[in-house]
Design a protein around this ligand. Structure first.
Ligand SMILES: [Zn+2]
Length: 354
């Protein structure tokens, strides 16, 4: 069967195909032995409220708004839903507003550890930190149809110049309460904290149903102890930088894996260990005909191309490619496992993602 026909049929079937039956054989005279592969993917970490996705880099409009093209490229890659990361009160609000404009976009609500000073310094005339907390909770309660997790929250000891350890710990602790009150799972962040992140999560584990430690870069022991707490592990390009990273990631049980881009950050760069595991140009479709879009510098922007150094959701397919090699499984098997885990944790009560 010609590749174009294959693609058309794949497209037609995609909305009706559940991830659990991605392999489909159609009997009949014309379509005998045709194997259809439809990727169904959820990017659990996309910072889509960032101005760069609208052509605005550090306050300067460098090219036209191409958000619609980015969404189209994500759909072409099989992405059916994305979790837009909320990193503080204001950006969580903006993330929700963006999600309101587009089907398939969902949001987290929380305060990133590097922003915890904002939580602490919320003006007393506005009600101080306790009011900041109330505002986060209100944001969740008023937008339950779009908010799927509490976060991004956690500890980040690589960037203490934004918020010191003590401040980070105080406001991480508060966000377990947010999960407890809302009943939502958590979207967690941990960077270079020794056992402190783990200790806090364990001490508060009874307050939340489950969650994911996203953008995981820790050791195999850390990964295992988080899995033992019944949590999930999120993998993006930053989790695939070194040979040691690759070893850790390949040990994540498939039933605990989630995938993400953390775009516009964490692309897989040529200097990363994971890069050498990417499928080559001629064979990067994963079986469904997907091709990596073209790439241009922002100064030479074209609507049909991605922008250099601006990672975008469709590139989750490269994360899947590397994971497939590490696990010794097909891309579709890895994608299916991650989809099923994500659906179960963040979308179990949502018919539109099933
Ligand atoms: Zn993070």
């Amino acid at each position: 069967m010609a590749a174009t026909n294959f693609k058309i049929i794949g497209k037609w079937l995609k909305p009706y195909t559940k991830a659990t039956i991605n392999y489909l054989y159609i009997g009949g005279s014309n379509l005998m032995n045709l194997k259809l592969i439809c990727f169904v993917v959820i990017d659990i970490g996309a910072n889509l409220a960032d101005g760069v996705f609208f052509g605005n880099y550090r306050g300067k409009q460098a090219h036209p708004d191409d958000f619609e093209q980015i969404l189209q490229r994500s759909k072409d890659a099989g992405i059916v839903a994305m979790m837009v990361t909320g990193t503080n009160l204001k950006e969580s609000q903006e993330a929700i507003e963006l999600c309101r404009k587009h089907d398939g976009l969902y949001s987290t609500v929380g305060c990133h550890p590097t922003r915890s000073k904002e939580f602490h310094n919320y003006p007393s005339e506005k009600g101080g930190p306790s009011k900041y907390f109330d505002e986060l909770l209100k944001l969740i309660q008023n937008n339950r149809d779009k908010v799927v997790a509490v976060g991004e929250c956690g500890l980040d000891y690589d960037r203490l110049h934004f918020s010191d350890k003590e401040t980070q710990r105080i406001y991480f602790e508060k966000q377990f309460k947010l999960a407890e009150l809302s009943g939502l799972p958590m979207f967690l962040h941990d960077r270079n904290t020794g056992t402190e992140f783990y200790d806090m999560v364990r001490a508060n584990r009874s307050k939340f149903s489950t969650g994911v430690v996203h953008s995981f870069t820790g050791t195999a022991e850390e990964m295992k102890s988080l899995v033992d707490l019944d949590l999930y592990i999120g993998v993006n390009g930053c989790s695939l930088k070194t040979d040691e990273n690759l070893k850790v990631v390949s040990a994540i049980p498939l039933e605990r894996l989630m995938i993400e881009t953390d775009c516009p950050y964490c692309e897989i760069r040529p200097s990363h260990a994971g890069y050498k595991l990417l499928s080559n140009e001629a064979d990067n479709s994963g079986g469904d005909g997907w091709k990596i879009p073209g790439l241009k510098k922002k100064e030479k922007w074209e609507p049909t191309s991605m922008v250099k150094s601006r990672n975008e959701p469709c590139m989750i397919r490269q994360v899947i490619q590397v994971l497939a090699k590490l696990y010794g499984k097909s891309e579709i098997e890895v994608a299916n496992a991650a989809f099923e885990n994500t659906r179960k944790v963040f979308f179990s009560d949502r018919e539109e993602v099933s």
